[in-house]
Design a binder for this molecule. Structure first.
Ligand code: BDP
Length: 700
């Protein structure tokens, strides 16, 4: 009887289809047994043992044990690590290979089995995860010849986590870092986090909020940070810290934080040396300065370069970098926030020390659901620029909305800055190839929290995944990445994969349509950044209101950024200016970013602005029902608990899409004075009632 029970238990563990709930904790690293017996057998023959061909290092050991763990799960057989048996060996070898760079890997079929090679132990680790991905997505083992190397060197997650456990703009519970337990207790989750990151090539994490507490630089906290760094190191991941500019005053007891003051310099140098003594592979500093009330060098009449260069000097011979953020905007009611970062940073091009990278958000305002690319890309050829994208869905419906961000990130990377002629894409600026930089970086603001499934919305995991994969290779297509994630995480059943990936690929456009179509931006609920509040006209700053951005009046809608208006378009290269400067050639998706368009103006779509606006709001909201149907089609093929969770969130999304639609259509109608096209149902609730919803949601 007992034996029967044990056998049943073993069978169940290896078999996800028996209805065992999937709580999402394992992310895309499921390693459930391959369902196809033939395929399993073919791989089983290739993977009997793992042989280390190079002197072992902690990272190589991780590589071997991760490969073992994954293969044993996927193939349902024991895979030994150590001496080979002559057949079915996988050899891990570190051997210099200039063609692969430091982190690139090669996987090939050899006479006596498979070989995974690379110039460093980290490269071999990435190769092991690539092989696992190959097996897990159901590829055949015949004659393997895979190789890949990252195009961007520093691939970081930025956590906006605070010492008290809250996460700025975090929607997946609280911080995963338990500061009160560290350094003594190491939550097993830290290792699982590192494993997930390494599996997609992320090699650095800035662990604390850019609105930084000085606490992280204290000896007490450095021990805690060290404990995390020790967990991450065997996964090839380095730790970075966001620093408070005023730290010399706040914790150093100095009367100033002026970057040119010798005592301040000394203080940072001593702190930095202390950090490296504690964490020898510390990655460097991330800095938000003179932005949204944070202190910075301008408080002392200095500029961003003075500040960044002082920190670079403090890093001295240590192998670390400074990532100095360009997200700045001054309170200027007559100005255009769009231009602020450019105006402050572009003139500093060429003034930054070699260890400094300037970190630029994908768009000029702030992580809106669609932004034109930031005009700084291509405009600072002598400075390496880090692209910063936001994975946490601050402006994209938090963790209740299903929005796959692969297309958003790709859209920015593929945007052509025209700064060195056609083809000068943001991707080429960021990877350093366009302007011949030797260092390059990309950062994703993490969407990770203490929720069991890490990201709140189960599909939020796809955004973490897509970021890592694109950071590694920005030429991959977002659709291919979405499919890969689906196959690894949700199901391999072809029809279900097809309906889920169609939904993923459309989801971002659908979100844009029911919230901010045609280039509308920044019309969301004040402070919370959730739900619609296009009528918002009073705030602490004019550029925190909605009316500042949409400029609706009796004539039309949109922000005129041509030379007749703010002329922000002048910040772009002529090729871009020409295209976007003319409303007839400006893509409809960007139209209201750059033009104030008459309500009755006919657009390239054949409709008037008003009709097109209504059409997008209505069809956008309606498309959420389509997403629900797509998801429903996949029901038989995905875990039941996970199915129910996503289905429920899609119902919320539809309710809120109607909220956005009704709010925006009725509000803009007070200016357009046009009827809603008869093809669409009239909203059943008055604007006044909808306005109250914002207060209810925000508990105002
Ligand atoms: C905005 C967020 C704010 C962040 C800021 C930043 O609303 O919470 O601190 O960006 O990036 O999107 O510094």
């Amino acid at each position: 009887m007992r034996l029967r029970f044990l056998l049943l238990l073993m069978f169940c563990i290896g078999s996800p289809c028996l209805g065992w709930a999937d709580d999402g904790y394992r992310l895309w690293l499921k390693y459930d047994q391959l369902p196809e017996a033939g395929l399993r057998k073919a791989w089983q023959a290739q993977a009997r043992s793992i042989v280390l061909e190079s002197p072992t290092t902690p990272i190589l050991q991780t590589a071997a044990s991760e490969l073992q763990l994954g293969l044993q799960g996927l193939l349902g057989q024991t895979v030994a690590v150590g001496k080979g048996s002559g057949k079915g060996e996988i050899h891990l070898r570190v051997a210099p290979d200039p063609a692969l760079g430091r982190e690139g890997y090669r996987i090939s079929t050899q006479k006596n089995g498979l070989e995974i090679t690379g110039s460093s132990d980290a490269a071999v680790l990435y190769g092991c995860f690539a092989l696992l991905r190959h097996v897990q997505t159901g590829q055949q083992p015949n004659q393997l010849k895979l190789s890949s190397q990252p195009r961007i060197q520093y691939r970081l997650l930025n956590h906006w986590d605070n010492p008290n456990g809250t996460v700025e703009r975090g929607y997946a519970g609280s911080s995963i870092w338990k500061w009160y337990e560290l350094p003594e207790r190491i939550d097993p989750r830290y290792q699982d986090y590192a494993r997930a990151n390494a599996s997609i090539g992320i090699n650095g994490v800035a662990i604390n909020n850019v609105n930084a507490s000085a606490r992280y630089l204290t000896p007490e906290y450095l021990q805690k940070v060290k404990a995390l760094a020790d967990v991450f190191r065997p996964y090839g991941i380095r730790v970075y810290l966001s620093v408070l500019w005023a730290a010399p005053k706040v914790i150093g007891g100095l009367p100033t934080s002026d970057p040119l003051d010798p005592k301040v310099k000394q203080w940072w140098t001593a702190r930095t040396n202390e950090i490296y003594k504690t964490i020898p592979d510390f990655g460097g500093f991330l800095v938000k300065a003179n932005s949204e009330g944070e202190p910075g060098p301008q408080d002392y009449g200095r500029n961003h370069a003075d500040g960044a260069n002082m920190l670079a000097e403090a890093l001295g011979q240590h192998d670390g970098i400074v990532m100095w953020r360009a997200f700045v905007y001054k309170a200027n009611s007559k100005g255009d926030r769009f231009k602020e970062a450019y105006q402050e940073f572009q003139p500093l091009d060429g003034k930054f020390a070699p260890k400094v990278l300037v970190q630029v958000k994908n768009g000029p305002i702030d992580f809106q659901s669609r932004e034109p690319f930031h005009p700084l890309f291509g405009a600072m050829p002598r400075t390496p620029l880090v692209l910063e994208v936001q994975l946490t869905q601050e402006y994209l419906g938090f963790a209740t909305h299903l929005v796959y961000l692969g297309p958003l990130i790709k859209e920015c990377l593929e945007a052509d800055t025209h700064t060195q002629g056609p083809g000068s894409t943001v991707a080429k600026v960021v990877d350093g190839s366009l302007e011949k930089h030797t260092i390059s970086g990309i950062a994703g603001v993490a969407n990770i929290g203490s929720d069991r499934n890490w990201t709140g919305h189960p599909v939020g995991q796809a955004n973490w995944y897509a970021f890592g994969r694109l950071a590694w290779d920005h030429t991959l297509s977002s659709a291919a990445i979405g499919e890969e994630w689906t196959r690894m995480t949700l199901t391999r059943q072809p029809a279900a994969v097809a309906s889920i990936t169609q939904m993923l690929n459309q989801s971002r456009n659908i979100y844009v349509r029911f919230t901010t179509p045609l280039g509308l931006h920044h019309i969301m609920g004040q402070s919370i950044h959730y739900g619609p509040e296009p009528w918002l006209s009073q705030s602490a700053r004019p550029d925190w209101t909605s009316v500042y951005y949409h400029k609706a009046d009796s004539v039309g809608l949109g922000f005129d950024r041509t030379e007749r208006g703010s002329n922000a378009l002048a910040l772009y290269a002529p090729g871009v200016r020409k295209l976007w400067g003319n409303p007839a050639t400006c893509p409809p998706d960007y139209l209201l970013w750059f033009h104030h368009v008459g309500w009755k103006q006919q657009l390239s779509t054949g409709r008037t602005l008003w009709n097109e606006l209504c059409t997008r709001y209505y069809t956008g909201a309606d498309s959420v029902l389509w997403m629900q149907r797509q998801w429903e089609q996949a029901k038989p093929a995905v875990d039941a608990e996970l199915y129910t969770d996503v289905a429920a969130r899609l119902r919320i999304q539809h309710r809120e899409a109607l909220w956005w639609r009704d709010a925006c259509v009725l509000y803009f109608q007070t200016f357009s004075r046009q009827p809603i096209p008869p093809a669409f149902p009239q909203p059943t609730r008055p604007l006044a009632e909808i306005k109250e919803l914002v207060d209810i949601y925000q508990l105002r």
